[in-house]
Structures are given as C-alpha cells and as structure tokens.
Design a protein around this ligand. Structure first.
Ligand code: FAD
Length: 471
C-alpha cells in the first residue's frame, strides 16, 4: 500500500485532532476537543471503548473487590457464615458481576462518544509522520491513513513482563491475566507490594487464600503516612498475609501443580500460583515513534512539558503513558487539560496533586502532606485523629477498623494533609479535599453541623481532638 505523507496546510487535514486510545485519558481529551468544535477521531484496537481501565484495570478489580468484600461481610454474619465458610469459587466466576459492570460502563461511555459525534476507529494507530497516522484495522477492514492537525497519545500501559517468567504457564499470572484464572487455588504468591499487589492481597485473602506478599522495600506503600502503612501491614498480618519485606526474585520454578519462588536472600516459597505485580510499561512500542523522532524511556513512557506536549509540538501525551500518577482519576484530568491547552482554554492546568485511593480491604486514601513530609520540611504541625471504632455509624455498620488523621498548621490551623484508613476512605477523603481546596481551616469542621450518625462525623471528632493538642 502506498502511504501518503501529509504536506498540506493545517486546514486541509481530515481531522483537527486524533486521539490514540479510548481509555479515560483519551476519552476526556476527545470530549473536550469535540465540545470545542473540533473534528475528532479516536483510535483504539479494542472493539469496545473504556480502555484498559474498564476492561482489565480499575473497573474489574474494583468490582471483584466489592464481591469479595460482600463475601467477607457474609462470612462475619453468623446467619450466612456456614454458606461462605467453604467458599470455593474460581476467580473468573467471582468476576461475573464485574462483567456486568464493564458492559454497563462501556455502553454509558459509548453514548458519550455518540452524543458528541466523535468517530471511533477500531485499529492500531502508528505514526507515518507528525500529521499522518496509519491505522491497522482490528475488524478485518482495510487499513486507513488519516491526516490530522493535533494528536493526543493516550495509549495507556500494560503489566511489565520480565523475560525470566513464562506468562503462558497456567500458574503464572499478571494483573491482566489473573482475571481469567479459572481454577481454585489455596495459596498464591503476589510479587510486588505496590497498589495493585496490595489490592490483590486483600482480594485473595478475602477469598480464603494463603497469600505470600513479596515486597522489594522495607515497608508497604512507603510513600503513605507511616501510621497508615503500619495499620495496613498489621491488618494484613491479622488476615493471614505473609509479608516478606526487602526481598527480590532470583528465579521461579514452574511445575504442573505448583510454583516455587527462589529469592535472592536464599528463601524458597512454594505456592499454587504467582501473581506478578511489579511494574508497568507504556504502550508505545506499536506507535512507530521513530517516524516522528519521538523516543520513549526504558519503561515505554513519554516525557511531556507542563502543557502535556511531547517534544513534537503538535503531539500531546496523557494518562499512564506519561507515568505519574498512573491513575484513572488523574488520566481523565490530564486528558481534559491537554485538550484545554490545545483549544486555548485559559483554565487549563498541569495536574500536580491528586488524592491517593487504594482499594485494599479496608481502603486507604489521602491528600496533601504526610507527617514525614512536614517533619522533613520543619513545618510546625499538629495532628487530629478520629478512630472509626468510636463513631456511632461505624459501630452500626460493624466496621471497627479505621482512622482519620487531619494534619494542620499549629499556628494558622491551615489543613495540610488528610489521611484515612478504613471502609469508604476513598469517599471520606473528598470532604477534606474540598475543605482544603476552599482554603478553610480546621475550624470549619468544628463549626459545621454534620449529619449524625455518619462517617463524615470523623472530621469533627478529629478536629476537636487536634484542637485539644494546641497550647
Ligand atoms: C489492576 C488495576 C487496578 C487499578 N485500579 C485503579 C483504581 O482503583 N483507581 C484508579 O484511578 N486507577 C486504577 N488503575 C489505573 C488505571 O486503570 C489507569 O491509570 C488508567 O486505565 C489509565 O488510563 P489511560 O487512558 O491512560 O489508558 P488505558 O486505560 O490503559 O487505555 C489505553 C487504550 O489505548 C489503547 N491503545 C494501545 N495502543 C494503541 C495504539 N497503538 N493505537 C490506538 N490505541 C492504542 C489500548 O488498547 C487501550 O484501550 C488500576 C490499574 C490496574 C491494572
């Protein structure tokens, strides 16, 4: 096929903008561009929109977590515990609810594209030059060549697969493949104790598996507030997770009925299966970046400036493919803001602060500075704490584990950080985030009437606790 190289002027391009990838970053960019009157096409090899987020990442893992959470709640209830005590259902069956959620998400998001008259082309996009894209159809249709003025790369990421592991082996999984696990195991090794590893440790423990969690560092999720990280380790151990800190893989033995993990420390761990959760790579290898003289780093990620521009001025990149923070929440904002920069929106901004939301059981969420940050920067701060076990709502729900910490400046009472561990932490943190964003001080929580009983009341309790420490 003769591939045409684009040399025409901008107004002759077929599309004002093309977006590569229909995940959250691509969707948000496409919506904003289309709403600004641009002619937009979105390219994605999947036959459904939603990206890895909807199909293998956020949505299935969160739906799975909810199913496991329900199983744990039933097991705690004497009425149902007999039914759930010998719960032996393979993971892919537990996922049946997630599949319904995925379908609903896909149809909702498809509607957004249709309403905004955004064309979706199913295929792999690769650059011919900085204004021309080749699309290899995944639907058996002939390949296409599209010309465009601006491009937004939002191709996301995939689990990193080291050469030393055979991911075709039925007992070796990554976070994409685990969703197809079709047998029941009793034990699993989770290699990598980042967010995804810790979330899956909760899921498998909830299903009754014996979990060995291998951590390369000396503490779980070491960027979190120390007390929260300690609380997670404590609860994991209570639930039977064996955390192995400061360990590194040497090699893995695979057998028909088991795997044996050999660690550099000399330890050997035998288990029914291994879930590898150690790192992700940007999906840049299919893009033919050489054609536009763009280079990804060794993790397949692209560098951008504070307007989400790559070193090719008309080509932007957003979402997991640019690395931090690799969250769907941020990917939406990055996509919308990149499109804002393209369309000249004066409110467009580069995202530098996002809440942390970790869906372990219980959840973790935080925003702002940690005690460790404040100590390092010698900020005079104080802490207000509310333990969930003291809250009426928490007692009613039967969830006694959890804490809300408010860090505030001891002189100005400015709120500097919110850290929450416990059921619904990912929702609870947003109350604090809103109050922080509006510039209110700790006094807001004391002078505001909260519904009773609520989990939100934790803010009032923590604020009063903090105020009592001021002298
Ligand atoms: C197990 C797991 C749990 C997670 N949980 C959470 C969570 O709870 N909260 C949260 O905020 N985030 C979570 N994340 C992260 C979140 O899923 C990602 O940050 C998010 O999906 C990134 O969105 P994106 O739009 O950048 O890319 P993606 O969602 O990865 O979508 C990229 C799309 O681009 C397509 N593509 C690839 N190559 C090409 C090409 N050459 N041409 C065209 N299209 C291409 C892909 O097929 C894909 O559809 C989780 C991730 C995982 C793996």
């Amino acid at each position: 096929m003769a591939l045409k190289t684009k040399t025409e002027k901008a107004h002759n391009f077929e599309y004002d903008a093309i977006v590569l990838g229909a995940g959250p970053a691509g969707e948000a960019a496409a919506m904003k561009l289309a709403k600004s009157g641009m002619k937009v096409a979105v390219i994605d090899p999947r036959d459904q929109v939603g990206g890895n987020c909807a199909h293998v990442g956020t949505i299935p893992s969160k739906a799975l977590r909810q199913s496991v959470f329900n199983i744990i709640s039933m097991r705690r209830d004497p009425l149902f515990s007999q039914v759930t005590d010998n719960f032996q259902v393979p993971l892919n069956k537990v996922l049946s609810k997630a599949r319904r959620v995925i379908l609903n998400q896909v149809s909702t998001h498809k509607l957004f594209y249709e309403r905004n008259r955004i064309e979706i082309i199913h295929g792999w996009g690769s650059f011919i030059d900085a204004h021309t894209l080749h699309v290899e159809s995944t639907e058996g249709a002939p390949s296409k060549v599209l010309t465009f003025d601006k491009a937004v790369i939002a191709v996301g990421s995939r689990p990193y697969r080291p050469d030393i592991l055979d991911f075709d082996h039925p007992r070796v999984f990554d976070s994409d493949k685990i969703l197809q696990m079709d047998y029941v195991a009793r034990k699993i090794i989770i290699y990598g104790a980042g967010v995804i590893g810790c979330e899956y440790a909760s899921i498998f423990t909830g299903l009754g598996y014996v979990v060995d969690l291998i951590n390369n560092k000396d503490q779980l999720l070491s960027y979190l507030d120390n007390e929260i990280s300690d609380a997670l380790s404590h609860d994991f151990r209570q639930f039977g997770v064996r955390i192995r800190n400061n360990e590194e893989i040497d090699h893995l033995e695979t057998h028909d009925d088991c795997v044996i993990l050999h660690l550099k420390s000399g330890k050997k761990i035998k288990s029914d299966a291994i879930l590898w959760c150690n790192g992700r790579s940007g999906n840049t290898d299919s893009l033919n970046l050489d054609a536009i003289r763009l280079k990804a780093n060794n993790r397949g990620q692209l560098e951008v400036d504070k307007m989400y521009r790559t070193s090719v001025p008309n080509i932007y990149a957003v979402g997991d493919v640019i690395g931090w923070p690799s969250l769907a929440s941020a990917a939406y904002d990055q996509g919308r803001n990149a499109a804002g920069f393209i369309t000249g929106d004066k409110d467009a901004e580069f995202i530098t602060s996002v809440p942390t939301g970790i869906y372990t059981i219980p959840e973790i969420s935080s925003i702002g500075m940690t005690e460790e940050d404040l100590t390092r920067e010698q900020v005079p701060y104080e802490v207000g704490q509310a333990f969930f076990k003291h809250l009426a709502r928490s007692q009613i729900i039967g969830e006694r584990s959890g804490v809300l910490k408010i860090l505030f400046h001891r002189e100005t009472l400015e709120i500097l950080g919110i850290h929450c561990y416990g059921n619904h932490a990912s929702e609870i943190v947003h109350i604090g985030q809103a109050v922080m964003k509006c510039g209110h001080t700790l006094e807001y929580f004391i002078n505001t009437t909260f519904n009773y009983p609520t989990m939100a009341e934790a803010y009032r309790v923590a604020a009063l606790n903090g105020m009592n420490r001021i002298f």
